[in-house]
Design a protein around this ligand. Structure first.
Ligand SMILES: NC(=O)CC[C@H](N)C(=O)O
Length: 377
């Protein structure tokens, strides 16, 4: 097992061993405190550009499910078509695995997808450093390659438009019957008539379980590239997806949402990046959290009620509640740090959640938000 060093932007170093693909990588080092869910998290496009540290110490013991694809083109058990995180950092990788649905080990999957995995890292100490300092860039350097990497600059996470890298490049039309069709984004696309409600899904890096949650509610989903102007199409609702990176790099999406808002009756629902882009379209500002929310047990309160939900989360930016205009109000608030967890318009059917109601992985307690959206269509 090759020795590796994780070097943070502030100079801190952590030594470990490689159990994945051997390739030096750099990215924003973040931590996730969930106890399970590495197949879903690794394939969540919102982790693009990030080195994912898992604080739960024992990782890999339930292996990896098969990468089977459904007739509609969606992966059965994964959240996208490949691993998007730059690397995974764990304390104690389990070489043995056992699970009814496992077909390979985490290490073999990482090697196949050319993604580094490192074990033997004191993830408790690493997380303490990130909590004190805030998230920072880091690189994984392999033994005997230190010199080559030494003078390489850390890229700046917030300057890169990761959404553009992970969004679909063509329009994909999904039907609840379990099929799909593709059209080039520059063709004159029209939505064929059917009796079902149609949702345009702005793909900033959508997780497949969001598409599954919509299809399960018997709506057609028209998935479009993040910067596609869908405003000439005929549809019943607009959905804005999760996605990686800084929402300030996604201006084209914000402009299109603003145009869509000319129709005050059009239902709009956003998740995570979708909450941030809807907020920006409404005039609010976004800031970067010190170390983000990445876990399965983030408590949020529905504003105006005493109802609290345990949610699955993965975000590093947040909407500044103080910058919401008079037409908008917070819909959910984080019980740990008081930050915004969703917004809603006071008159129009427009709302969003900073957390993940589709879970995958994590608790499904807030999946009812999809029901609320579909009822509005
Ligand atoms: N999962 C997401 O959509 C994350 C949104 C954004 N990239 C953030 O980190 O805040």
């Amino acid at each position: 097992m090759r020795n590796v060093t994780l070097i943070l932007d502030d100079g801190s170093r952590f030594s470990g061993k490689s159990f994945g693909y051997e390739k030096p990588v750099a990215g924003e080092v973040v931590f996730n405190t969930a106890m399970t869910g590495y197949p879903e998290s690794l394939t969540d496009p919102s982790y693009a550009g990030q080195l994912m540290t898992l604080t739960y110490p024992l990782v890999g013991n339930y292996g990896v499910p098969p990468f089977t694809i459904e007739p509609n083109g969606l992966a059965t058990f994964m959240e996208s078509e490949k691993i998007h995180a730059e690397a995974i950092i764990v304390s104690d990788y389990s070489y043995e695995y056992s699970h009814w649905n496992a077909v390979e080990s985490l290490g073999d999957w990482l090697k196949r997808e050319k993604v580094p995995g490192i074990t033997g890292i004191d993830t408790r100490e690493l997380t303490k450093v990130l909590r004190e300092h805030g998230v920072m860039m880091g690189k994984i350097v392999f033994e005997n390659e230190e010199l080559r990497m030494k003078n390489e600059e850390f890229p700046s996470y917030s300057d890169i438009n990761y959404v553009d890298q992970v969004s679909c490049k063509e329009i994909i039309h999904y039907f609840p019957s379990g099929t799909s069709s593709h059209s080039a984004a520059n063709s004159s696309f029209f939505i064929p008539h059917s009796s079902l409600k149609k949702v345009v899904l702005v793909d900033c890096g959508v997780k497949t379980n969001i598409i599954r949650c919509l299809l399960k509610r018997n709506v057609e989903v028209i998935r479009v590239p993040w910067d596609y102007d869908y405003n000439g199409l005929e549809f019943d609702g607009l959905f804005i997806s999760n996605g990686p990176g800084d929402p300030d790099t996604c201006d084209a999406a914000v402009q299109n949402i603003r145009k869509a808002m000319a129709n005050e009756k059009l239902p709009i629902f956003g998740i995570c990046m979708g909450n941030q882009l809807l907020s920006k379209a409404g005039g609010a500002k976004i800031y970067k959290l010190k170390y983000g929310h990445r876990s399965h047990n983030q408590p949020v309160r529905m504003v105006g009620t005493e109802r609290c939900f345990i949610t699955s989360q993965n975000h590093g930016y947040a909407v500044d509640n103080n910058t919401l205009s008079a037409d908008w109000e917070p819909l959910f608030i984080n019980m740990n740090d008081g930050s915004n967890e969703g917004i809603k318009h006071k008159r129009n059917p427009w709302f969003s959640a900073q957390f993940h109601p589709e879970a995958a992985s994590g608790p499904t307690d807030t999946e009812f938000l999809f029901d609320e959206f579909v009822k509005l269509l």
